[in-house]
Design a protein around this ligand. Sequence first.
Ligand SMILES: Cc1ncc(C[n+]2csc(CCOP(=O)(O)OP(=O)(O)O)c2C)c(N)n1
Ligand SMILES: [Mg+2]
Length: 366
Amino acid sequence: MPTKQAVKKSTGKSGSTKKFEAEAINKKLSKSEKLKLYKKIVAIRRFEERSLQAYNQGKIGGFLHLYIGQEAVATGIVSLMEENDHIITAYRDHGHALAVGMTMNECMAELYGKYTGCSKGKGGSMHYFAPDKRYWGGHGIVAGQTPLGAGLAFALKYKGLKGCAVCFLGDGAVNQGSFMETLNLVSLWGIPVVYVIENNGYSMGTSLKRSSAEESLAKRGEAFGIEWSTCEGHDIFEVRSAANKAMTYARDNLKPYILEIRTYRYRGHSVADANHEKYRTKEEIENYKKNKDPINVLKTKLLADKTLTEASAKEIDREIKAEAEASAKFAEESPYPPKSEITTDVYWTVDNDSDNQLKGTYFFND
Ligand SMILES: Cc1ncc(C[n+]2csc(CCOP(=O)(O)OP(=O)(O)O)c2C)c(N)n1
Ligand SMILES: [Mg+2]
């Protein structure tokens, strides 16, 4: 079982470059693969900046929880997914969606409530889904996705498929009873689920210090006999290195794992949280942006190893901004869902007769 030392061992220091690039899982990346990671991180940032603009123009209603600052976490982990792996997350879900390959068009249209959106305009920001990419949302109830993540992983074991489910949750979700109940079961039953705690230091306006008795959240796994580790989330190579160990462990041993990733969100809890400089200082935000910005950290490394040049980075940024702009136009010009959509796809499985219904095995193929 990991001890306090394990926290230190697995924790990378910011600026301690090279170390993570040298690990096999990162060293094997070709230049084009590294470029792909860079483009993905930039795409998440630019997509969200454009969505914020649309929100401020009154084009988007409801919630909008931005992932800006945390991009390296979803991008790094999704880049490690194998053919049977699944992911699921909470409401701060745009980064994960773009990382699995959902298009800006279907994501932006969903924010606009349009029929061309990934959930036909009926889900909005918190309910992005792409089952074909093994991405199971997008959930608004804090920690509600944690038993569902266990279910995804249970299905893998039940079907005899080698893989894992990665379930993302926030530092606030760790204190929900449903998460602790789930930890007990996944350990007891040997379920290959990896819980990735995206610890951005705040649950809405409440800092970690004010909400959690122990600073190490992953360490709680010890109470259930679950392996755990921690790492920093601004350097995609560090994320990939830590997540690769966690996911490999879950797949190989049919056991759960908890990985706590320390990260930061630049914006308020949601765009409605206009006072986010009341519960944290401007300096704290600026300090992270200056020293740990996930785009800058990766860009510096890719400039150094000549994967990027200043000119190519500029061109990538220009292209991606244009793609985000085009997605806003696409969303604007798309139709709203017809009224008949109100009652479709709501409880699809239970509304559609099947053999599985008779057998009481709704969610399993056979
Ligand atoms: C069960 C439940 N309680 C309260 C809320 C209101 N709520 C929405 S987000 C949130 C904070 C969660 O913070 P965290 O888990 O750290 O995720 P982050 O927003 O930082 O990504 C709360 C309390 C909710 N959605 N569900
Ligand atoms: Mg949080």
